[in-house]
Design a binder for this molecule. Structure first.
Ligand SMILES: *Cc1c(COP(=O)(O)O)cnc(C)c1O
Length: 713
């Protein structure tokens, strides 16, 4: 079967503008400014109104405007050039094409993919990382195919009340208006896969997203063949109870393997991004058992070709199901596996843990010959955490390595530093391994202006967003005149944005409320702070933290200088990480496996102020920012630890950051700019998603593909 993609004809474009449809449906516009520029020209307000989604913008664009563009030779020439750019990118040889004996196809499974705010199929770092992995694969020509689920309402949209409390809105997405297409069979009907569940069959159709030259397949259970309870399997990301999650993960792992086959892919290597996709190994083993292998050999063959990445030392980040539930789904009359139920259950047992529990990370690790954490420190933490799975082995010999995360440069770098990079490294700078030292010749003036322009862009955008939120809430317009004057475009600006699990400690600075307030309100050397973050709808603690911080930020004395922004998503992250001067990170060490928002910031010449956790533990250098002393070793109670760390942050800001930022010589903060320069010339190249992906290819994918394929009988 040679599946084709359905264009669904929702885009009825005039003659000469057809290439717009193709450009809109390839996510290359998320990183290619020229392609994005041509799409935005069609209807800038319409694009903003459609959350940056060009497919929806084109579908709603006024006919008269399209007619006008079709008659505009200048526009048609720009459109043609943009299409050529895309063609060139899709067809060019990348770094991967210089390798020998490299696998022809690698499947990458993840429960979420954060590629664009226009395709809201992510909740946080795990998804953003998966999105950046695919984008880097497109840059380097790595033949990855992504596999995930299409969630009808995505995660959720966050609104904040005037008092700062989180409210959730679930938006029903229209697949026809998203940048993806339906995979069709040869006879033109939607391609589907089916999985036998106890007492029901779960069907799913397959959407295909083009990420440059990398395809992403998303399974969608909302099809007429399903009974209502099965149609709801892909209703939302991280919603529902344990059974709902189990059904989603059965669809992701087992359905994902079937979808690859339905689309003609035969991957040599399978990569699981966290435990949610663990069932993929079970399905591949089933295929081998059906072909005549015995279960033990089948499992061995699957392991040889599988890579597992663990992402969290926080137990809540790992899915655990009861053995009873597992028995119900995988016992007689349930999902076929080709394995005795006891064998399957043993694969997910928590060595030394709860005997009644099936742990998806344990399954993932047992199904993969190669396992890694996502920073050097996290590799260590993961070896200790999972050591019981290798009984008798000393912790340091536990075979878990690490590949430190990276971020997709062109996605996260704002126009100001993008121009600096392009001038010195050329287009496609994010894929360049060498030459970054050329940034060292950037002058103080150049760096100062890039930072100042980015800060001004941030301030303008924050004011715009605050007005939009206030009018969405229906606040009295007379009460919002002050919004136009929030923030000082010249002041030292700190950013702090993340999901809000308690370990990230959103409210840490409120431990020193009075001192913090004084710092925000003083007229000399002012400091201002921007905050954003969503709490999972069921995370009452996280929601209370947001409310507590929101209430503080709403105080009349500080509300010009500390702002909580609603609906942290990729669009807001791009503005924040490129516009602030300092990125603040306060995890409870060592619970942050890597953290990537500080990396995005560093690529924009932003200095980091962070606990030495995750990536900062291995990349920290006084030339790039500051280490907040962590009080973890002292056996303090948590409140005392928080108070000490909060005081350390305020000390650093007061005695180190502010003096350096405000010391001016001929109007320029020379020492500060020296740190900006070191950050972009020395730190930035270590933080690239393309560096990360090269590591995965060389250390994990190539060795996995080199293991003999033959399944012993
Ligand atoms: C980068 C990013 C994250 C992850 O940031 P961490 O530093 O790992 O917490 C989460 N959400 C969004 C929208 C992001 O862009």
């Amino acid at each position: 079967m040679a599946p084709t993609a359905d264009s669904m004809n929702v885009l009825d474009l005039p003659d000469g503008l057809e290439p717009l449809a193709r450009l809109a449906r390839n996510l290359a516009w998320t990183w290619d400014e020229e392609i994005a520029g041509v799409l935005a020209e069609v209807d800038p307000d319409g694009l903003a109104g459609a959350s940056g989604n060009p497919v929806a913008m084109l579908a709603r664009a006024p006919r008269a405007r399209l007619g006008q563009l079709a008659a505009d030779e200048g526009f048609r020439a720009r459109l043609m050039r943009a299409e050529e750019r895309l063609e060139e990118h899709l067809g060019s040889a990348g770094w991967y094409q210089t390798l020998t004996d490299a696998p022809g196809s690698i499947a990458y499974f993840s429960p979420e993919f954060g590629l664009s705010e226009a395709l809201p199929q992510y909740s946080g770092g795990l998804g953003i990382l998966a999105g950046d992995h695919l984008k880097a694969a497109s840059d380097l020509g790595v033949p990855i195919v992504g596999v995930g689920l299409f969630y009808r309402t995505g995660y959720f949209r966050q609104l904040l009340t005037a008092g700062g409390a989180q409210q959730e809105e679930f938006v029903d997405l229209d697949p026809a208006l998203l940048p993806m297409t339906a995979v069709l069979t040869a006879d033109g009907t939607p391609a589907q896969i089916a999985i036998a569940l106890p007492g029901a069959t779960l069907h799913a159709r397959i959407w295909r997203v083009e990420v440059g030259r990398v395809p992403l397949l998303l399974l969608d259970a909302d099809v007429p063949d399903n009974a209502p309870s099965e149609r709801g399997v892909t209703d939302r990301l991280y919603g529902g109870d344990g059974e709902h999650r189990l059904r989603q993960e059965i669809l992701l792992g087992i359905g994902g393997v079937k979808a690859l086959a339905a689309c003609g892919y035969e991957p040599d290597v399978f990569h699981m991004n966290e435990g949610h996709a663990g069932f993929l190994g079970i399905e591949r083993a089933r295929e081998l058992v059906e072909g005549g292998a015995d279960p033990e050999h089948a499992l061995q063959a699957v392991r040889a070709r599988t890579v597992f990445t663990t992402h969290t030392p926080v137990p809540a980040g790992i899915d655990r199901f009861s053995r009873d539930l597992m028995g119900r789904y995988f016992g007689p009359g349930g999902v076929p596996t080709g394995l005795p139920l006891e064998t399957l259950l043993a694969l997910g047992s928590e060595a030394g843990g709860d005997p009644g529990v099936f742990n998806m990370a344990a399954l993932g690790i047992r199904m993969a010959a190669r396992v890694n954490g996502v920073s050097r420190l996290h590799g260590e933490v993961a070896r200790a955490m999972f050591a019981p799975l290798w009984p008798g082995l000393p912790v340091e010999d536990v075979p878990i390595t690490h590949v430190t995360n990276g971020v997709h440069a062109e996605t996260w770098v704002g126009p100001e530093f993008g121009a600096l990079y392009r001038a010195r490294l050329g287009a496609g700078y994010g894929a360049r391994q060498t030459g970054w030292e050329r940034l060292a010749d950037a002058s103080d003036n150049e760096l100062f202006e890039a930072r100042a322009d980015a800060r001004q862009r941030l301030v303008d955008e924050v004011r715009r967003r605050l007005v939009a939120s206030a009018s969405e809430r229906g606040d009295d317009p007379a009460d919002r005149a002050w919004l136009a004057g929030v923030l000082d475009p010249q002041a030292l600006t700190l950013g702090f944005a993340r999901r809000v699990p308690t370990y990230k400690r959103l409210t840490l600075l409120l431990r020193e409320r009075e001192r913090f307030t004084r710092m925000l309100t003083r007229s000399e050397r002012p400091v201002q702070l921007l905050v954003a973050g969503k709490a999972h709808p069921h995370d009452g603690d996280g929601k209370r933290l947001i409310e507590e911080f929101g209430a503080f930020a709403a105080g009349h004395d500080v509300r010009h200088r500390v702002i909580m922004l609603a609906d942290y998503d990729i669009a807001l992250a791009r503005v924040l990480v490129s516009g602030v001067d300092v990125w603040l990170n306060t995890p409870l060490r060592p619970l942050e496996a890597c953290g990537t928002s500080g990396m995005k910031a560093a690529l924009n010449g932003v200095l980091n102020l962070s606990i030495l956790d995750g990536w900062w533990d291995e990349c920290y250098d006084p030339a790039f920012g500051w280490a907040i002393p962590s009080a973890e070793e002292n056996g303090l109670d948590p409140a005392e630890r928080d108070a000490r760390e909060a005081a350390s942050i305020l000390d650093l800001i007061e005695h180190e950051l502010a003096p350096r930022f405000y010391a001016r010589e001929e109007g320029l903060p020379r020492e500060w700019l020296a740190m900006v320069r070191s950050t972009v010339s020395e730190l930035a190249p270590q933080l690239l998603a393309t560096r990360m992906l090269r590591d995965y290819v060389q250390e994990l994918y190539l060795p996995a593909a080199a293991t003999p394929e033959a399944v012993p009988a």
